[in-house]
Design a protein around this ligand. Structure first.
Ligand code: DX5
Ligand code: ZN
Length: 226
């Protein structure tokens, strides 16, 4: 199971987004995480398909696209065409979740389900064998720079254990929100293997060193409960 670190573009300088994308790649980020917000599913409005297309032109690493939008089913083709590698939809969003996941896979993309802090793990169990990734939100979605919510930790372990029971050993579990070296290690100890970090990485003087440090801390703490 690979431990990966995804810089989150939301924390880059919006006057220089292309440079922010390149910085993530040059620093050794395993993928670039892009947050799409519609102002309805979450109060904030952030980036859309044009930014994903820009990132696809600027970098070669995979693009992890987190859709904080009410109707992700209506945008699968738009984000696939823009060059997303992986599409993460929220279990709390509207539309036919299973059909949307199938559509994402039919377009040749990786698909994932995101769960908000207050949503129980059980909500995603029915589709667990149909997805490549689970994103456990460790803050309330919508804004960067928030404090990590430790009450979300048991859910990560519940998802990992359920995936093991299903024989889904290649499931990536991502965590997103308030991730730094300390919180990444806490999440890895519950079974998370991919770490989205915005503020922590973009505000670092040496992003590359922090990516290495975060990856190493998570590797040492990782538990897979098999
Ligand atoms: C929040 C976004 C995150 C955000 C994380 O809704 O999903 O990806 O960029 O930011 P930090 O790492 O600053 O908490
Ligand atoms: Zn995100």
């Amino acid at each position: 199971m690979q431990v990966q670190v995804f810089p989150s573009l939301l924390a880059a300088d919006f006057g220089h987004l292309a440079e922010g994308a390149r910085r993530a790649e040059e620093a050794g980020g395993d993928a670039l995480h892009i947050d799409v917000m519609d102002g309805v599913f979450v109060p904030n409005i952030s980036m859309g398909p044009a930014v994903v297309a820009m990132a696809r032109r600027e970098v070669h690493i995979p693009l992890s696209v987190h859709l904080m939008i009410v109707r992700p089913d209506r945008y699968v083709d738009v984000f696939a065409d823009a060059g997303a590698t992986s599409l993460l939809i929220h279990i709390e969003s509207e539309g036919d979740i299973s059909a949307t996941l199938k559509r994402i896979r039919a377009r040749g993309l990786r698909c994932g389900i995101t769960v908000n802090p207050e949503t129980p793990a059980e909500r995603l169990f029915p589709v667990l064998d149909a997805i490549d990734e689970v994103l456990c939100m460790t803050v309330h979605p919508g804004y960067g720079g928030q404090a990590f919510i430790p009450e979300t930790l048991p859910k990560i372990e519940a998802v990992r254990r359920r995936a093991n029971d299903l024989g889904h050993f290649r499931l990536d579990i991502l965590v997103d929100g308030g991730i730094n070296i300390e919180t990444a290690a806490q999440c890895a100890a519950r079974g998370a293997n991919c770490f989205v970090a915005g503020t922590f990485l973009y505000q670092a003087a040496d992003m590359s060193a922090m990516i290495v440090a975060l990856r190493e801390a998570a590797k040492s703490a990782l538990k897979l409960f098999r």
